[in-house]
Ligand binder design. Structure first.
Ligand code: ZN
Length: 194
């Protein structure tokens, strides 16, 4: 079966860690609009947050999660775009150093369930960040990984992929999600249009 969307897995494995899952915030929660603070120190508490974020991302399932999405306003992102879900990546205080070209891809978001829209972003990027061990690194990315990194860094800045859509479309999505949250309705059964 083909992957239904960019930010979902077809097959997923758990990490095998025994950590509890974190609650994901849903659009239009105002907490998703907060600007996350830089991380000063990669200590044990930070490592366990990273592990919990990874577990939450795999369980969702998704291929990227920003701390903002679990209501923790620190600049931390986890990503795994591998087919086997065996290549977890951590980006602490990520910064895009270079970006080149323009590409389009269909995106989804764990905070905006059931919505997939095409978004234009830079094709290739170079990013600097700190890893789970506290070591700085630089990485060049294109394709899915590039899109995913840009999408997750947006979260840290309070920005969502629906912000790239027209106000009309965004409003429609917001109303749909509000109905889903309020009524507990099945997302698949909600009409696209209010
Ligand atoms: Zn997202």
């Amino acid at each position: 079966m083909p992957c239904p969307s960019l930010l979902e897995f077809c097959n997923r494995n758990r990490l095998g860690l025994t950590v509890s899952l974190l609650d994901i915030l849903y659009y239009p929660d105002s907490q998703l609009r907060r600007n996350a603070a830089p991380v000063d120190n990669v200590d044990g508490k930070m490592v366990s947050l990273i592990d919990q974020m990874l577990e939450t991302m795999y369980a969702a399932p998704g291929i990227g999660l920003a701390a903002t999405q679990v209501n923790i306003h620190q600049r931390v992102v986890v990503i795994d775009v591998s087919e086997e879900n065996d290549t977890p990546m951590t980006f602490i205080n990520p910064e895009i150093l270079l970006s080149e070209g323009v590409g389009e891809m269909q995106e989804g978001c764990l905070s905006i369930p059931g919505v997939y829209e095409t978004v234009k972003r830079s094709e290739q990027i170079k990013v600097a960040a700190i890893d789970r061990e506290g070591n700085p690194f630089e990485l060049e990315a294109d394709g899915l990984l590039s899109v995913c990194i840009q999408h997750e860094i947006d979260h840290l800045n309070g920005k969502l992929f629906v912000d790239y859509l027209s106000p009309l479309k965004r409003n429609r999505i917001r109303k749909r999600l509000e109905r889903w949250i309020r009524d507990g309705a099945d997302l698949d059964e909600l009409p696209d249009r209010p």
